[in-house]
Design a protein around this ligand. Sequence first.
Ligand code: FAD
Length: 302
Amino acid sequence: PFDVLVVGGGPAGASSAIYAARKGIRTGIVAERFGGQIMDTVGIENFISTKYTEGPKLAASLEEHVKEYNVDIMKLQRAVRLEKKDYVEVELENGAVLRSKTVILSTGARWRNVGVPGEAEFKNKGVAYCPHCDGPLFAGKDVAVIGGGNSGVEAAIDLAGIVKHVTVLEFNTELKADSVLQDRLYSLPNVTVITNVATKEFTGTDKLSGITFTDRETGEDRHIELQGVFVQIGLVPNTEWLGGAVERNRMGEIIVDARGATSLPGVFAAGDCTNSPFKQIIISMGSGATAALGAFDYLIRN
Ligand code: FAD
């Protein structure tokens, strides 16, 4: 059996594996797609100490760094079940069962897509999901935010300080964000809020140049020209496979303490799959280090 088995090969998992292996303990990492979300990212400008890098390049250096250590890397493998017996058992889709004294869950998350024509085509060409990451790319331009919940309204407030104009598109008749956020939003001069509309299509040629949406009351279509759209309709943690094995919150995020420990002794978690309030590369790596040190501490006490 492993001492530490990491499930997930994004920034959090790579960091966990390196920190664990550096303690000289038996470490494994199983990942469906090594690199995780950064494989879908083009420019990264907020990975501190690196002015600019690109997702696939960062993913390659994560893997190279993990390979410096004695880590058993199992790629293209999906975990489907976790259960604690004498050891913690992780079952893979191919039927194999891995056993470990401790497990670090770092299965990340995925952005919920609108699922209309043009969205996939213009991803990274005007269609964006992360305002902290991509906001500055739209300085002085016209953008829209889809989604009027807390994350959408926070994104709109953030973007209003950078871009020329922000249009917020909300499917329901009212915004769902907290009222303090709505007050702040409505106080801004360069924001327009349009409610009760459904996004119909993202349009453009080589890059995004507009969005078409339908008024849900009249059924009429409207089109606006813009250079960017931020989709803010939810970040879904990849934790469905865990069922009730560890405690999760209403959003499905794994609840962890300051040491990265979950409700199940010996099982830790890190990165975007947890209830960490902010989801970023540097934050995931930090929490991966925390979870590995937490697991090591657990091993020497048990
Ligand atoms: P992830 O990167 O999601 O990795 C999860 C890993 O778990 C993957 O290896 C996945 O294959 C694996 N996995 C999932 N389920 C299973 C399973 N059942 N079994 C086995 N393996 C599994 N952040 C920044 O700081 N700066 C940016 O500029 C930036 N830009 C972004 C742009 C885009 C388009 C996106 C989508 C995100 C961006 N982010 C950015 C956010 C950043 O990518 C995430 O915060 C970070 O990748 C989270 O790392 P993680 O390791 O927790 O999870």
